[in-house]
Design a protein around this ligand. Structure first.
Ligand code: ZN
Length: 341
């Protein structure tokens, strides 16, 4: 019996010396400790031994078990140390490897242009005003002298909510909200998103950005409008870009005009951008209709005003040579990176 136990221990030593991996070690553990191991069968035979010798043999087997366990655990730690060292060597920092450059955010071209507009008008003494995107019919149409049957009120043109509110179709409601609160002199620009039920095409989207200027004071004339407009165009597009007015009609201004600027692409010669005309339509303008001023309780004998507005998207497209308005809303990272300010 003692010889057998000694033999098991010798066998184990040989096997442990050959063992190279944790997996091999686990196999060894099963072979020497498992139910089918020699040690187990020896324990099974202990009843066959005479009662006097039984405790001695029992102790021998248990000692052997303990020593085998210790030897296996010792080997396990040794193998784990080796595995750890190997992994460290493999993971050694390679400082020549190219780093992952973090993606840096960029300002959208529309907001770059918006800031530029704010700067130009701030210099002229305008304050930037804001209003809600969701408006009532009163602020968007009624207070702006828009007849009840005007086509712009139809659901084909305007988005209404179930509760009867609407998504503002222009920044003009901000004019009313400001004039309700303050007495002249008023000198503001309202900037923001507007919404119209337009089918998307090269120059239309259901959402777009507008800027609108309003001046109300004593003695404000059409000449002030023209002067402000011209200053803005030259600041924004260059000193040789002229502007002009063409008679038009808007419910909230009288007289009203459409504003054109000399084509920024061909400087008036005629090209694809201006469709050969040499001019580009910029937006609408006019003297504030006295009925709008009366609506907010201003003395129309004393005060007059002008207003003009235009699309920021259109200006952004001209400035960055963007062919389709859609590109401004797609958030394509390649486009945004190209125009990183
Ligand atoms: Zn042109």
């Amino acid at each position: 019996m003692e010889a057998k136990i000694k033999n098991i221990k010798d066998q184990l030593d040989i096997q442990l010396k050959k063992c190279k991996t944790v997996q091999e070690l686990n196999e060894i553990k099963v072979r020497f400790f498992g139910k089918k191991s020699e040690l187990s069968s020896l324990l099974g035979k202990i009843r066959e031994i005479s009662p006097e010798k039984r405790p001695i043999i029992g102790k021998l087997i248990n000692d052997a078990k303990q020593k085998i366990g210790q030897a296996i655990n010792h080997k396990k730690r040794e193998l784990e140390d080796i595995a750890y060292q190997t992994s460290l060597e493999k993971e050694l920092l390679d400082i020549t490897m190219p780093a992952n450059v973090p993606q840096i955010g960029a300002r959208h071209p529309i907001y770059t242009v918006q800031e530029e507009l704010e700067d130009i008008f701030s210099y002229l003494g305008f304050e930037v005003a804001e209003g809600p995107d969701i408006e009532t019919e009163y602020y968007n149409f009624d207070a702006l002298n828009t007849p009840k049957n005007h086509p712009s009120r139809s659901i084909r043109d305007t988005f209404y909510t179930k509760s009867g509110a609407l998504l503002r179709t222009h920044t003009s409601p901000v004019q009313i909200r400001i004039m309700e609160k303050y007495q002249p002199p008023i000198k503001i620009v309202a900037i923001g998103r507007c919404y119209r039920n337009d089918k998307p095409d090269a120059s239309h989207m259901p959402v777009f950005h507008q800027i609108e200027a309003l001046v109300v004071d004593e003695g404000i004339s059409f000449a002030d409008l023209k002067g402000t407009m011209d200053y803005f165009v030259k600041q924004m597009f260059g000193v040789n870009i002229r502007s002009r007015f063409r008679p038009h009609f808007f419910p909230f201004t009288e007289p009203s005009a459409e504003m054109d600027i000399l084509c920024v692409n061909c400087k008036g010669k005629g090209c694809r951008v201006c469709k050969g005309s040499g001019w580009l339509e910029l937006g609408g303008a006019g003297m504030v209709d006295p009925s709008v001023l009366e609506e907010v309780g201003y003395d129309t004998e004393k005060f007059t005003g002008f207003a003009f507005g235009f699309g920021i998207d259109r200006i952004t497209m001209l400035k960055y040579n963007i062919p389709y308005i859609r590109i401004l809303f797609q958030n394509d990272l390649r486009f945004l990176k190209m125009h990183r300010a």
